[in-house]
Design a protein around this ligand. Structure first.
Ligand code: SAH
Length: 220
């Protein structure tokens, strides 16, 4: 197994990354401190060790990506996480975003459709730090009806539209942060707040580019 070391160099690069995120407009201190605390290079192949703190997405297994730190910070800031909240994440991927949510005190339930990525969750390096994270192999479009309702729902892949079943699994006054396709290559970041009558208050934010949210699960 590769030796995991959070060296002085990594800590310095992480501080610079946090500063860059601030310059780019991330203001939530709790989000910044979570990113400052979590060694992102642990979630990447060792080949990326020296560049792990660049504000870029990188390839992970199964042709997927670890989201860009700015995107992780942006989505997390929109979620306004409070300690103890039940958060459903769609798209576990590298587990980095999952870890940011857990570090902020959320009770995280996360779903991945790629078996190869899901299998890596059994070797999650921070299991002892965040024992309450629950990992699921499945289709995020279905959500986790038996564990609903959730305070917050985060979608970390490009959604064709608002998945109806996920909307049903959100609490009243709960919030969903979701990048929804606007063109072939870009998604609009939306924050939807569930009103008492079940309808949505919709807020629109910047454009991003995510890997697609796909139907079903896969063992390939
Ligand atoms: N949060 C991840 C982002 C990974 S990219 C990270 O920080 O690393 C998006 C992930 O969503 C991919 O791993 C992809 O396989 C997964 N995904 C796409 N459609 C999905 C679906 N319907 N259900 C669950 N996961 C899905």
């Amino acid at each position: 197994m590769r030796k995991l070391e959070d060296a002085y160099l990594h800590k310095g690069l992480r501080r610079q990354l946090v500063q860059l995120l601030q310059e780019k407009g991330i203001t939530d201190e709790k989000v910044l401190s979570a990113i400052g605390n979590i060694p992102r290079h642990f979630f990447l192949d060792s080949a990326f060790d020296k560049i792990a703190y660049e504000d870029r997405a990188f390839p992970i297994a199964a042709n997927q990506t670890i989201s860009q730190p700015y995107t992780v910070a942006y989505q997390t800031q929109l979620l306004q996480i409070k300690k103890g909240e039940k958060v459903l994440e769609i798209g576990t991927g590298s587990m980095y975003q999952t870890t940011v949510l857990a570090e902020m005190g959320a009770r995280v339930f996360t779903i991945e459709r790629q078996k190869q990525l899901f299998d890596q969750t059994s070797k999650y390096i921070f299991k002892e730090n965040y024992p309450d994270i629950q990992f699921f192999f499945g289709d995020g479009f279905e959500g986790l009806p038996h564990l609903a309702p959730f305070d917050k729902i985060l979608i970390t892949a490009a959604a064709p539209s608002i998945p109806e079943k996920l909307w049903e699994q959100l609490k009243v006054r709960g919030q969903m942060v979701i990048p929804v396709d606007e063109s072939e290559t870009a998604q609009r970041m939306l924050r939807l707040t569930k009103k008492r009558d079940g309808s949505a208050k919709k807020e629109s934010f910047d454009e991003f580019s995510f890997v697609p949210m796909l139907q079903g699960k896969t063992h390939k």
